[in-house]
Design a protein around this ligand. Structure first.
Ligand code: C2E
Ligand code: MG
Ligand code: MG
Length: 635
């Protein structure tokens, strides 16, 4: 960028004052710069640039003069090169005398300079034939950045070499900029930030210090890009980059006393898109990384004014700390990225520290999602059926279809785990349809076999329920399978109904018009009251397992369960108690005159064949007494 206008720095190292003077005359001669101009002009003409460009280049080249620096010994030379690097004013070329008694020689100097500056062009000058290029080249790699000059030399040689080598050096620097810096924001890019992280990690290891990696991702940048166009998006990224950069630089003033270490400027890079990485070397404590993260976040809270728009894009930030969260660059970057992902999920515009559980959980979550996508096609789903008993008569009143998923990589996964993933990804629509279709088919089959069985219960996700076309989907499946609507009961949870009561009312009415029944699942876990539920024409409440399991121990739950049963009776709503696991619980339900019960005590969910067997047994025992029937069915 502005680099073109800065002078090219050349270091001359020779112990003889006369030689240094000779260099001075040659390098400060106006001609060198003029020759550079001539060379550029010739090149421009050869490649047919327009005259404006040539004029601009000419003035740029005039500004790009040579700035020679002189010293008389090897040690001073190394020191000067080091200073140049730290001030970001590196030398392009170093002319080194081979022999500088009594100090170290040119080869020593070249080796040390090369360690400090891998890019500088080194020229070794000698009056003797004692410099064996083959040998020195091996000591001071790379060979293409090492040249030789035999004394006495002609001014032309020095001049030509200076021009040729500095222009090669500039070209290489430009390539490096392109390879290691983001052209939009001028920040280091992913490659460069990784290199810096590797270097910082080595330093942290050597000095037994800690460091942190912050992964930033803008929360709503994509929307800006999509709605306002890429040009605005690019501008916004530049503003964001500048704010983050200055917030890191000037953070010291605004940070609370005692966190001075955290205020030490960090290194910021753009990883691509709307992702940035901040490296905090020399961290005093892991907690300091969190305050830096908050500072970065608040630096972006102030709206950005672009054209007619006032935009706010806050980042979600993930933090990984060396050594506890990883000992190498890849692990730290990956873990910071994961933590960012968690922060964004939990609450955008906040920061989160990585912890080991995130790793296992997140990876597992990704795998579940990945595998779930192909599960229908691979025919990995199956239904099991859990009987619901009428405890007053001892007959099977219904069967609840419960989805099972067995995957080659993950094994059997519980619906409590994969249903939320299916809901988040929208896969629940196709999966739910599959469930309803297969449950209705099975119910129709049992009906055709004349087995005693009143209804099939099918769970419906809130996502399905929220679709306007859901009732027609149900109607179509009923028609396709030929199951009479009165044999189908859909289970929706309380929270789904309460999320949008107006919508729920409408959807429930539409479904009821098909002639099917509706049950509220897991009742008691949400916040609905009987008063509000009464407005919905539901047919059944299923008392959540958590109440049933404690009716024999907890007086409150006992009272709640009893109240639900009694009030349902007065509202003429049916009740099913879920999760009945032992006889005392069953006795309690009978005492309260609860109609239906479902639970492991009576039967676990069964594969279709076993469920058919159970229905047959129930059929055969239809003439027995209630207790005898229950005994036969339970087996
Ligand atoms: P849910 O609808 O409340 O189903 C009852 C759950 O309780 C089932 O778990 C069942 O196996 C379990 N259960 C029944 N009796 C007992 C008992 O005595 N003790 C204990 N500890 N558990 C008992 P499952 O099959 O793991 O299903 C969990 C949940 O996943 C279901 O809760 C339901 O919300 C959801 N789910 C299952 N299948 C489907 C489906 O096809 N579609 C949708 N949307 N959700 C489903
Ligand atoms: Mg259910
Ligand atoms: Mg339930």
């Amino acid at each position: 960028m502005s680099e073109r206008n800065t002078p090219t720095r050349v270091l001359v190292v020779d112990d003889e004052p006369e030689v240094r003077d000779a260099y001075r005359q040659i390098l400060l001669e106006n001609e060198v710069t003029q020759e550079m101009v001539g060379f550029r002009e010739l090149r421009s003409r050869l490649f047919k640039k327009n005259p404006g460009d040539v004029a601009r280049e000419r003035s740029a080249a005039r500004a790009g003069t040579i700035e020679p620096v002189f010293c008389d010994g090897a040690e001073a030379a190394v020191r000067l090169v080091k200073e140049g690097i730290t001030r970001n004013e590196p030398f392009a070329v170093v002319f080194l005398d081979m022999r500088m008694p009594p100090g170290p020689d040119g080869v020593w100097a070249a080796q040390h300079i090369r360690e400090v500056d891998p890019a500088v062009e080194i020229v070794i000058c000698t009056a003797y034939s004692d410099a064996d290029p083959g040998e020195i080249g091996g000591l001071v790699p790379p060979e293409d950045k090492l040249s030789y000059l035999q004394k006495p030399f002609h001014p032309h040689e020095i001049r030509q070499m200076t021009i040729a080598l500095s222009s090669k050096w500039r070209a290489e620097r430009r390539i490096v900029r392109l390879a290691y810096f983001d052209t939009l924001t001028g920040l280091p890019n992913r490659e460069q930030s990784r290199n810096r992280l590797v270097g910082a990690l080595q330093a942290a290891k050597d000095n037994k210090r800690t460091l942190a990696v912050l992964y930033l991702d803008l929360d709503n940048f994509k929307r800006v890009n999509d709605t306002l166009g890429h040009a605005v998006g690019d501008e916004l990224l530049c503003v964001v980059a500048e704010r983050l950069r200055s917030s890191l630089r000037y953070g010291g003033e605004s940070s609370p006393a005692g966190t001075a270490d955290s205020a030490r400027p960090g290194d910021i890079a753009r990883l691509g898109g709307d992702e940035f990485l901040v490296l905090l070397p020399n961290l005093r404590s892991a907690a300091d990384a969190g305050s830096v993260a908050e500072r970065l976040i608040s630096s972006l809270r102030e709206p950005v004014q672009l054209a007619m728009n006032s935009l706010v894009v806050t980042p979600s930030v993930g933090i990984a700390v060396y050594p506890q969260d990883g000992e190498d660059a890849e692990t730290l970057m990956r873990n910071a990225d994961l933590a960012m992902y968690f922060a964004k999920r939990r609450s955008p515009g906040t920061h989160a520290y990585f912890d080991a559980a995130m790793n296992a959980n997140a990876l597992h979550r990704f795998t579940v999602e990945e595998q779930l996508r192909g599960a229908l096609d691979r025919d990995e789903f199956a239904l099991q059926y859990q009987p619901q008993f009428d405890v007053r008569t001892g007959t099977v009143s219904g069967m609840e279809a419960l989805l099972r998923w067995t995957n080659a990589e993950l094994g059997a996964i519980s619906p409590a785990e994969f249903i939320p993933v299916a809901e988040e990804t929208g896969l629940i629509h196709a999966i739910g349809k599959w469930v309803l279709l297969n449950a209705c088919r099975q119910a129709r089959k049992w009906r055709d076999q004349g087995l005693p069985f009143q209804r099939i219960a099918v769970n419906v996700s809130g996502r399905q329920f929220a679709l306007a076309e859901y009732p027609s989907e149900v109607a179509q499946i009923l028609e396709e399978t030929g199951l009479e609507p009165s044999a189908l009961e859909l289970e929706i949870t309380e929270s789904v109904v309460m999320a949008d009561e107006v919508w729920a009312q409408k959807a429930i009415n539409e479904l009821k018009q098909l002639g099917i029944s509706l049950a509220i699942d897991d009742f008691g876990t949400g916040y609905s009251s009987f008063g509000r539920l009464r407005h919905f024409s539901v047919d059944r409440l299923k008392i959540d397992r958590s109440f049933v399991s404690s009716v024999t121990e907890c007086n409150d739950d006992r009272a709640i369960a009893a109240a639900i049963i009694a009030m349902s009776r007065s509202l003429r709503i049916n009740v099913t108690a879920e999760g009945v696991e032992n006889f005392p619980q069953l006795a309690f339900l009978q005492e309260q005159e609860c109609q239906d019960a479902q639970g492991f005590l009576l039967s676990r969910p069964l594969p279709a064949d076993a469920a058919s067997e159970l229905l047959k047994r129930a059929n055969d025992a239809s003439d027995e007494s209630r207790t005898a029937r229950l005994r036969v069915i339970i087996g």
